[in-house]
Each structure stands twice: as structure tokens, then as C-alpha cells.
Design a protein around this ligand. Sequence first.
Ligand SMILES: O=P(O)(O)OC[C@H]1O[C@](O)(COP(=O)(O)O)[C@@H](O)[C@@H]1O
Ligand SMILES: [Mg+2]
Ligand SMILES: [Mg+2]
Length: 335
Amino acid sequence: MTPQKNKTLGEFIIENQSEFRYSSGELSRLINSIRLAAKVVNHEVNKAGLVDILGTAGDTNVQGEDQQKLDVFANNAFIKTLTNREIVCGIASEEEDDFITIKGRSGNNDNKYVVLIDPLDGSSNIDVNVSVGTIFSIYRRITHEGTPVTLEDFLQPGNKQVAAGYIIYGTSTMIVYTTGHGVNGFTLNPAIGTYYLSHPNMQFPVDGNIYSVNEGNYVHFPQGVKDYIKYCQKEEDDRPYTSRYIGSLVSDFHRNMIKGGIYIYPNTAKDPNGKLRLLYECNPMAFIAEQAGGKASNGFERIMDIQPTELHQRTPFFCGSKNMVEKVENFMQLT
Ligand SMILES: O=P(O)(O)OC[C@H]1O[C@](O)(COP(=O)(O)O)[C@@H](O)[C@@H]1O
Ligand SMILES: [Mg+2]
Ligand SMILES: [Mg+2]
């Protein structure tokens, strides 16, 4: 049943409590706390040119990347909101070397969930006023409540996620998320600060004619990816396809989910395991893609079946319309 449009995010969460497999209130409170943090970040993004939030923060993160001021701001906003509302026992972030343990008021770790987050996705676009996003992934902890959270709680395969979503700070601000019961999109009415259900039951078209890849790296791509790009460009059948690459995973993914398309970030000489991080970029986007009828792989296996071994590990990423992902997998497996 397609949810009725123009319901607020809060109403939708209350009406769909039963879908939160583990508990009636905590997961919904967790989604709500992410909504609140997103409003804080959105407010800063929308005035980025007017306040001292552009440019680099002067530090590099564990990935060796220059942290943008907005990366740091968003990271602090989500950590503060999730900590204050005492809903999670731990957070892992692209911008933090190690995971953060969050103790409840009682002084121990009796909350059930851990959150992994890319607080600001598309950092290279911040200073040039192009849309950026936030990506989040939620798991039920493996260790017992009341005991210290451990790395094991974060190194779970994507098929164990209980919820995942993204916020896109674009021409409008949207939250798109799944709890394993389909994908729904909510648009912020900035005048009143409320999110409304604008994209109920989002579905990836099974096919598409848009491919998103940084063709500047073409010479370093695996042969299978080169062959697939040549296939997309060939004058034949419904091709050539359209090449669209925004440089923000969230934005490219969102457009492809609405119009049909594929996002590709393969391994290259510079990034032998690819650039995107498995735990807080690829797994959450893969969960959303599959829940919307799409597909996500590393070219050979399902992203959500990969057993993580490190918090910030990277993976090649092929994600989008099912037939397009299977086509590039065929090219990859032929070489
Ligand atoms: O500039 P490149 O190498 O094409 O990489 C762009 C990709 O890198 C990312 O910006 C990585 O995410 P972060 O901005 O969170 O580091 C993706 O959003 C985007 O799709
Ligand atoms: Mg990112
Ligand atoms: Mg980021």
C-alpha cells in the first residue's frame, strides 16, 4: 500500500512503529534525532557563503582527506544530537578515527543501537554551491546492553542494518530512508521546519539511460568498466546513454533512483579498493537501493554481504537500476 502523501515525517514514523523490528519507540526516536540534526546542518549549508563555514578546517581526517569546515560542523552536529538524546550506545563517523562510545545517564551502555555516518557527503562541492548530503546506517548492537560497545558492533555486514538513509541538501532538503519496508522520501518545508512525505514508496526503475562515473579516471579503470563505458557511449538500441556526474554520491544516487541510472566508483590505480567507504556510504546506499528494487555490488558480489574487517575500509561500488548493474557486472566478469 503506497503511503498517503503530505503526511509529516513525525506522523509517518508513529503510524509505522510496527515496522521497527526491535522496539516500538527507540528506532523512531533515533530517526527523529537524525531529522533534528539534519535541520541544524541544513541551516548552516543554506548560509554557507555568508558565514565562515567554507574552505578547509586545516586538519586531515583518518582518510588523509582535507576536512572541510562543513565536514567538521556536520560531524559535531550529528554526534551532539545523538549523544544528547541518549538513543545510541556508539557512533562511527567518516570524520572520526575510531568509534565513539556513548554512555547513558546511568553511566553505562544500555542503548540498543549503533549509528555509522558520513556527516557531509560531496565535500568537494561545498565551496561551489552544489548539492551535498549526509548518509547514515543503523544497526542493533551485537554486544549485550550494559556492556561496553566494541568494534564488533560496527563491523557488521550491510544485510544486518535495521535502517539506513540520506539527507540531500539540494534545491530542496529531503530525508530518504528505509527500515526494510520500502523507501520513502520526505521534503522539508523550510517555512515551518517540518518534513512532509513527498516521495512515497520510491522505486528504482529496473532500467535507465544515465551513467554516473568520474570519467577523468578512465585510464585507471579496470578493463570491464572501460568496456561498459564504451557500451554506454555506442550508437545502438537505446544508446548512447547520458553521462551525469555531480560529484556527490547522494545527489547522483537520488537522481538515478528517480530517473533510472547507475553510479560507478570502481577501483583505480590511485584507489586500489575504490574511494567510497563500505560502512557509512556503500552499505546504507545499497540497503536503500535494494529496498527500492535496485542493486548494489562491488562488481562481483552483493555489497551488503561483504563482511567488514576495518571501520574505514573502501570498496568498489556499482549501484542503481538492476539491469544496468547486472550489465556492468557481466563486463567485469568477462575480463
Ligand atoms: O571527486 P571524485 O574522486 O570523483 O569523488 C566524488 C565522490 O567522492 C565523494 O565526495 C566521497 O564522499 P565524501 O565527500 O563524504 O568524502 C562522493 O560523494 C562522490 O561521489
Ligand atoms: Mg561521502
Ligand atoms: Mg563525507
